[in-house]
Design a protein. Structure first.
Length: 443
């Protein structure tokens, strides 16, 4: 298992010089959280960018501090930034033109000098008059390529993109970008092990892991190569109950998670099995993903190594109350600590994806439903409902049009009957089915 690697252009600099603003200006899909608070970005985030026939990963790092610290999160953020710098094809060193040259810029520049041939010095906030007066101060840093920009207003961004592409190494086979086979998101409450799982699947320390709620602040995505195809795996911030989301930053973290859910094909909802309970929030999230957004769903119960027999009994009893939904989805008990069943996850994702993308012919669906309705006709308000034919409109999610006499009479109960027929006859574990009642044209 290996990951497709594109050349990386890495944005570096001290905190609050506008790195995330610049990333968001250059990015089309992924958006970094922006607040006027130091240390908002912890894990680096990235997006694949295409410009003038070149493809590259644009990477936004947390603010660099070159000094080691006893703070676990700050130290992991520092190490991640350093690793990103070492692996970068191009470094965009962002400085604050409005603030002028400060000692911390000099310190970072000293570290980057050994990579000077691939450093672009980006002087940000050039919309301010004082920045225009101070821009030549940064010549003292000794870098050849200096590009003044305003990330906030978009000034000179085209010139920056041009310089970025020119700085890239010669185009190679790795420049080719394939659409991922499936987009998978890991959701769950804080501290259930989402980042640990991502690191295990990637076989590298990609996400910062600490026993502190809120460690992951932004959705971060990585490609995983499995059976010669890419899976895009996204780790998300821990979801808390809305009444507990009191800070602006936490509100942004929740939005980041839900945006990742909406973009995904498959949701892996991760829970702490040692709690021996599935919380209301987790149940609502499962229903929300599977029934409202029609995402394929896998339930992962982590920390199974901490389960004793009584906890197992308690959990199974609790889950039996929600078998209406849970019997339709996939479930896997895992342990990120011992790596129990972690090796089965990618294979399970592949199976669920194959089910999610199944295609059925008009004739087989129509025959299946006719035979079922012949055995047990559907009635509403004493009137038999008439079905004429069925047709699959799309897959992922499987979407079926039902051509009937009275579409308005086909509500949850009636559509559930068609769903049961499909689930009894096909392997659809873990995937939703969406039905669209339509008025049949008169013969």
């Amino acid at each position: 298992m290996s990951k497709q690697k594109l050349p990386a252009i890495v944005i570096v600099g001290r905190t609050n010089v506008g790195k995330s603003t610049l990333f968001n200006r250059l990015s089309t899909d992924v958006k970094a959280i922006m607040m006027d608070v130091e240390g908002v970005t912890r894990d680096f985030i990235k997006e694949t960018i295409s410009w003038q026939g070149r493809n590259f990963d644009l990477v936004d790092t947390g603010g660099i501090s070159l000094r080691k610290t006893q703070d676990v999160l700050l130290e992991q953020t520092r190490k991640q930034a350093m690793k990103a710098i070492e692996n970068a094809a191009v470094l965009m060193f962002v400085v604050d033109g409005k603030a002028g040259l400060v000692p911390e810029d000099r310190e970072i520049a000293k570290h980057l000098r050994k990579f000077s041939s691939r450093v672009l010095l980006v002087v940000n906030k050039m919309d301010a008059h004082i920045a225009q007066e101070q821009v030549h101060e940064f010549d003292k840093l000794g870098f050849v390529h200096t590009i003044p920009v305003s990330a906030q207003h978009g000034s000179n961004i085209a010139d920056l993109l041009e310089a970025m592409v020119l700085a890239l190494p010669a185009k190679g086979a790795e420049d080719i970008v394939e659409e991922p086979k499936a987009r998978v998101v890991i959701l769950g409450k804080p501290n259930v092990g989402k980042s640990s799982l991502l690191n295990l699947l990637l076989k590298e320390e990609r996400a910062i892991v600490a026993n502190i709620p809120g460690t992951t602040r932004e959705a971060i995505s990585e490609r995983i190569r499995f059976h010669n195809e890419d899976i895009l795996m996204t780790d998300t911030p821990g979801l808390r109950r809305k009444r507990k989301v009191t800070e602006q930053l936490e509100g942004m973290m929740v939005k980041s998670s839900f945006r990742a859910l909406e973009d995904a094909d498959v949701v892996m909802l991760m829970m702490d099995a040692s709690e021996a309970v599935m919380s209301d929030q987790e149940l609502k999230l499962a229903f929300y993903a599977f029934q409202e957004h029609h995402k394929a769903l896998i339930l992962l119960f982590n920390k199974s190594d901490l389960m004793d027999e009584q906890k197992k009994i308690d959990l199974e009893f609790m889950l039996s109350e929600y078998k209406y939904l849970l019997k339709k989805v996939e479930r896997l008990d895992i342990s990120c600590k011992t790596e129990k069943n972690v090796g089965k996850i990618l294979t399970l994702i592949e199976k669920v994806w194959q089910r999610h993308t199944q295609e059925f012919s008009k004739s087989e669906l129509t025959q299946l439903f006719f035979e079922g309705l012949h055995r047990k006709p559907l009635y509403k308000n004493g009137e038999m409902l008439r079905f004429f034919r069925a047709e699959q409109l799309k897959s992922a999610p499987i979407t079926i049009a039902l051509y009937v006499d009275l579409p308005q009479m086909f509500e949850t109960s009636q559509l559930g009957y068609f769903e049961r027929m499909m689930r009894e006859n096909y392997d659809l574990q873990g995937v939703p089915i969406k039905f669209v009642p339509r008025k049949a044209n008169p013969a």
